[in-house]
Design a protein around this ligand. Structure first.
Ligand SMILES: NC(=O)C1=CN([C@@H]2O[C@H](COP(=O)(O)OP(=O)(O)OC[C@H]3O[C@@H](n4cnc5c(N)ncnc54)[C@H](O)[C@@H]3O)[C@@H](O)[C@H]2O)C=CC1
Ligand SMILES: O=C(O)CCC(=O)C(=O)O
Length: 539
């Protein structure tokens, strides 16, 4: 079922800026929940100026989303990249600002793989030049004698989604396959019919090399003069992955000096490719396309739907299925864990208020059934709760971990499946400048949150908006005195519970209040004989 358009439920429409050409189907999805402005080809300065108005930004590879644009986007909740590569987005800056970055990991896989195969065949048979020559009135068959790919060796660098599809197509054409991918197992490579080898061997033995990895610090100029020098003089290289993986100046030199036989390039270090690029001058040894890997009707529909749906969901407060900067928080897992995430957030918030100052250390213990679940989202939720006093709405699932790290909070995560008083419970212990406190909580009937322990005192209370905790000596009359004191300040008590370990020993009292504690009341409570400490908490 489509979510109800916001204008029908009386809320202001959020605004989405679409700054690259996106298929209409994506714009239609966004229009269900937002005002959509399509403004393509904007210079960076213009984007910085208008971005504060927008809640979401949807792009392809044409827009560079820099730190300046992100910092100016004070209302941005999500940046959607209609494609795979997010190297045109400053993802760390977005993460720092709590902005979700999503992509479409599979929408254009086939298009990009087919483009790489098309480039390989076009290069082998001189198709672009032969086409131009016939159109110019010539009939020159000798000039365009090509080579076959059958039985030749194709070296695939990056055996992910696109690389795997290229492998399947190349295998069907009778090619021998080598692959280099440091993150792929031997078994997976063998399943795809590839021999997994090191990069040097792949470079030396391949007749064709096709690149299909992301641009990272490790892959930047991975194919440099030295690598090109190791290639066979008959070898051809295809880059439909990312500009910058191949050193373009070195490539032009290697082609000019006949060190290698050819290159087909779709992506460039600077796009659009500079007018004076040496690659433009190399005749039929080089095929250049203007970043067309994903440019098929099918792929553009796929990525537009995929990313527009995620933007729509995030604007409606739902999780995104392909967020690149919230690893591990997949919608299915989130849905299942939702009550535990609320528990973790509440306990994080509670323990930070009990500590009352800077937190240096947080021990997160997943107990019982919870010990067998994916802990990452629970840890993120606990940190979000812990930081919510300091950062309010600025902290979210995207930036909680980075914010905690930047504040020097050391996080330790432990598991204890043997604890079985509830199906699953969570214990947080926070150490800070003003002391150490711990809280434990569990779910009642899988949904309702209960705080089951405070500083090692067993209790059983639902968290409420306003709470008062006291640490006191268990002695007659003390509960009455606190009750009267609250009454005299017109504070209504919703519920009250006492936890103690031994009779007339130390005890805690937890009061749920209908009203916030007025100024001055906490110091009055501290004066009551037998009270050792008191804390107010607002959740
Ligand atoms: N030309 C175009 O229009 C398009 C280009 N692309 C680009 O294609 C590339 C591959 O995309 P997908 O297959 O979807 O990504 P993917 O994430 O499925 O696969 C990438 C593979 O590269 C591997 N890898 C990472 N570092 C490596 C290294 N140092 N050496 C060798 N392999 C390494 C990874 O282990 C992974 O298996 C990306 O750079 C993407 O941006 C994607 C779509 C369209
Ligand atoms: O948006 C485009 O057409 C480029 C696609 C691309 O490079 C990618 O998805 O990584």
């Amino acid at each position: 079922m489509n979510p109800l358009p916001l204008q029908f439920i009386g809320l202001t429409m959020p605004k989405v800026l679409v700054s690259d050409p996106i298929d209409q189907v994506g714009l239609d999805i966004l229009s269900q929940v937002a005002q959509v402005d399509v403004k393509t080809g904007l210079p960076a300065e213009e984007l910085v100026k208008i971005i504060p108005e927008y809640d979401a930004l949807m792009i392809r590879s044409g827009t560079r989303v820099t730190k300046e644009i992100i910092e100016a986007g004070t209302h941005l909740k999500i940046i959607g990249r209609a494609g795979v590569g997010v190297d045109n987005v400053d993802v760390p800056a977005a993460t720092r600002q709590g902005i979700v970055v999503v992509n479409s990991p599979q929408g254009n896989t086939i298009a990009a793989a087919e483009h790489a195969i098309a480039m390989m065949l076009a290069l082998s048979r001189h198709i672009p030049e032969a086409n131009v020559s016939v159109k110019n009135g010539q009939w020159n068959r000798k000039q365009f004698i090509g080579v076959e790919v059958y039985k030749k060796t194709l070296g695939i660098v990056g055996l992910g989604k696109i690389g795997s599809h290229v492998a399947a197509a190349a295998k069907a054409m009778g090619m021998k396959l080598l692959a280099y991918d440091p993150f792929i197992s031997q078994d997976r490579a063998e399943q795809l019919g590839c021999r997994l080898v090191d990069l040097d061997l792949l470079i030396r033995e391949s007749d064709y090399i096709s690149l299909h990895m992301p641009k990272t610090e490790e892959t930047y100029h991975l194919i440099n003069a030295e690598a090109l020098a190791q290639m066979k003089p008959t070898a051809r290289i295809i880059n439909c992955a990312r500009g910058g993986i191949v050193d373009e100046v070195a490539l032009a030199e290697a082609l000019k000096s006949d060190q290698i036989a050819g290159a087909a390039v779709d992506v460039y270090e600077n796009e659009p490719l500079e007018e004076n690029s040496p690659l433009r001058e190399l005749g039929q040894k080089v095929i250049l396309t203007p970043h067309l890997g994903a440019s098929t009707e099918e792929a553009q529909v796929n990525v537009a739907i995929d990313v527009a749906e995620q933007i729509r969901d995030v604007l409606l407060g739902l999780p995104a299925r392909s967020a690149v900067n919230i690893p591990g928080l997949y919608p299915d897992a989130l849905e299942q864990l939702k009550p535990y995430l609320q528990l973790a957030e509440t306990l994080g918030n509670l323990v930070s208020q009990l500590v009352g100052g800077r937190v240096d250390f947080l021990d997160i213990r997943l107990q019982g059934d919870l010990a067998n679940r994916d802990s990452k989202p629970v840890v993120v939720a606990a940190l979000k709760g812990l930081l919510s006093q300091a950062l309010r709405e600025r902290v979210n699932y995207v930036n909680a971990t980075i914010e905690a790290k930047e504040r020097g909070i050391r996080v330790i995560e432990t598991r204890d499946a043997s604890v079985c008083d509830y199906t699953g419970s969570l214990h947080l212990e926070a150490k800070g400048s003003l002391g150490t406190h711990s809280v434990t909580g569990a779910l009642l009937g899988d949904r309702e949150i209960r705080v089951t322990n405070i500083d090692d005192f067993p209790i059983n209370v639902p968290p409420t908006r306003y709470m008062l905790f006291t640490l006191h000596r268990d002695m007659p009359g003390i509960i009455g005195k606190i009750g009267s004191l609250l009454g005299s300040f017109n504070v209504n008590i919703a519920s009250m519970q006492v936890g103690r370990k031994i009779v007339r020993g130390e005890a805690v009292m937890v009061l749920s209040l209908d009203d916030p504690l007025p100024d001055g009341l906490l110091s009055e409570i501290m004066k009551v004989a037998g009270i050792r400490d008191a804390y107010t908490v607002t959740l």
